[in-house]
Design a binder for this molecule. Structure first.
Ligand SMILES: [Ca+2]
Ligand SMILES: [Ca+2]
Length: 509
């Protein structure tokens, strides 16, 4: 039993959850933890039974602990490291002085049987970013160690990008990789002339990666989080897909463009920060002031300045917008649950629900809509969510009920609430076909992109031309304007075809 517990503590995910539990973090619910423990024990029992059946004659040594947990992937039975290394050596033999520059790294990545866009991670892990090129010896030493210690793509990717001694990825660890995507992916070649824009695209993609992959909200992507996500499959697809807009999960330029334009509209002075009043203007004041205040309390934002200085950066806005548009994803449900759980006890109490509903009630009255009294609204919501423990709504209840978007919109999103009221039937249909069509986010991004492009086409073409001729190199205060021109400049050259695709292809994903 003691052995079991020790092994359990070696699982970084479980260890983190234990630490959270110890600190009374509202976010790791005991029930969820119990379930994981149970799964873990079952998995362990299964693996042990299997190992026993496969190797009944193996000598049992009192000090040997059977290995059942492989954070860096399960080692393959017949791993031919020398064979893999020799094909890398053959590739290096083609380069002058057997040294590879960054331009050669595509071939090296292929020789390593990795997707093309692993080239910069591979190059940097062998010290290429410091020396400008890598020798065959240095590279082979690095790659041999990687092959011997990391046994699947997730483990290798983290190993290549993480800081020395770290077994997780932080946001900045992804920047060199993403910069290379911007610099060399054919679908982003048009960004070459606007280096200021690179950072914003990279910030957007980084936030989307953490939003989807970093399920623990720690700001550190672990092996297992990466393994459970689709991210590496998307990286591999970058090789084959020239149109990044097809990769809607992380890399889409259109999605970035939509998010950035939404931020731009709110950031009127274009210093790349927005305050509470700016955010409140989002989508015609649809989010309640109480909720905006909660967001600025720092409960769901990474940048400490949000709470301390009352200003939100673009990165945190990406989380807000995606959560606001699509309340059906796990991260979004967690985002809004955290906001609504004022005392952080992991339960939405009647007090907390009433706190948010009060403002919604007044807003409805102001719009001459007859609002439901709180008690009626409460009954309706409890009926919708059906919490396990009467009168106490947990995150687990909301995730299970599949209609948490209606719940959240009722308490702080007036536009969407009214939409639900008007479209009860179509909402029902939506639930039935869930998983078969575009997500709310994808639909929103595609529609907004169309609108933005149409808006730009209406602009007087002569005016655009004059703007482009304005002298470049303005000061920071004017950077926004300069960017805006580029912002609206990019899609025109590319949108024709893409737009047709949106219109003609019903199966667009
Ligand atoms: Ca601002
Ligand atoms: Ca609470």
């Amino acid at each position: 039993m003691r052995m079991k517990e020790l092994s359990l503590r070696q699982d970084p995910d479980l260890r983190k959850e234990l630490a959270f539990l110890a600190r009374g973090c509202d976010f790791v619910l005991p029930s969820r933890f119990k379930k994981r423990l149970q799964e873990f024990h079952q998995g362990q029992a299964g693996a042990q039974a299997k190992a026993k059946a496969e190797a009944p004659a193996a000598p049992v040594l009192s000090e040997s602990i059977p290995k059942f947990y492989f954070p860096r992937g399960r080692p393959p039975a017949n791993l031919d490291v020398d064979g893999l290394i020799s094909s890398v050596e053959k590739t290096f033999a083609r380069f002058p002085g057997e040294r590879a520059t960054i331009e050669d790294m595509g071939q090296v990545a292929k020789a390593c049987e990795c997707p093309l866009f692993w080239k910069v991670p591979l190059f940097n892990a062998a010290g290429g970013d410091r020396t400008g090129s890598v020798s065959v010896h240095k590279f082979v030493a690095m790659w041999r160690k990687t092959l011997q210690t990391c046994h699947d793509a997730a483990a290798k990717f983290v190993h290549l990008l993480a800081k020395p001694g770290c077994n997780y990825l932080e946001q900045e660890d992804l920047f060199p990789f993403l910069q290379d995507v911007v610099d060399t992916h054919p679908g982003l070649a048009f960004m070459e002339e606007a280096p200021d824009f690179h950072t914003r695209y990279i910030t957007t993609v980084t936030q989307r990666i953490f939003y989807t992959v970093n399920r623990s909200w720690t700001g550190r992507i672990t092996y297992s989080e990466l393994r459970k996500s689709n991210f590496l499959q998307n990286v591999a697809l970058l090789d084959q897909e020239d149109d990044v807009n097809q990769l809607t999960e992380f890399f889409s330029y259109h999605h970035f463009y939509v998010i950035y334009c939404k931020f731009w509209e709110l950031d009127t002075d274009h210093d790349l920060y927005i305050d509470e009043r700016d955010l409140a203007r989002h989508n015609d004041q649809t989010i309640s002031h109480k909720m905006i205040e909660r967001i600025f309390s720092g409960t769901v934002t990474r940048d400490r300045r949000v709470h301390k200085e009352g200003r939100m950066s673009y990165g945190d806005f990406v989380w807000f917008l995606i959560s606001e548009v699509d309340t059906k994803t796990d991260t979004s449900m967690e985002y809004w649950f955290r906001c609504m759980d004022l005392d952080g006890d992991g339960v939405l109490s009647m007090y907390e629900l009433e706190f948010f509903y009060q403002e919604q009630y007044l807003k409805l009255e102001a719009r001459a809509v007859d609002p439901m009294p709180f008690q009626d609204c409460l009954c309706q919501m409890l009926d919708l969510v059906k919490p396990e423990v009467e009168g106490k709504i947990t995150l687990r209840d909301l995730k299970r009920c599949k209609r948490s978007h209606i719940f959240f919109d009722t308490f702080f999103n007036i536009e969407k609430y009214l939409n639900h009221e008007q479209r009860i039937l179509s909402v029902e249909r939506e639930i039935e076909t869930e998983g078969q069509e575009m997500s709310d986010w994808e639909r929103f991004a595609a529609e907004e992109y169309k609108l933005l492009v149409a808006e730009e086409e209406e602009t007087d073409p002569d005016q655009i031309y004059e703007d482009h001729l304005s002298p470049p190199g303005q000061h920071i205060s004017e950077l926004g304007l300069w960017t805006k021109r580029h912002l609206f400049e990019f899609p025109t050259a590319h949108c024709g075809l893409d737009l047709e695709e949106y219109e003609n292809d019903d199966d667009y994903e």
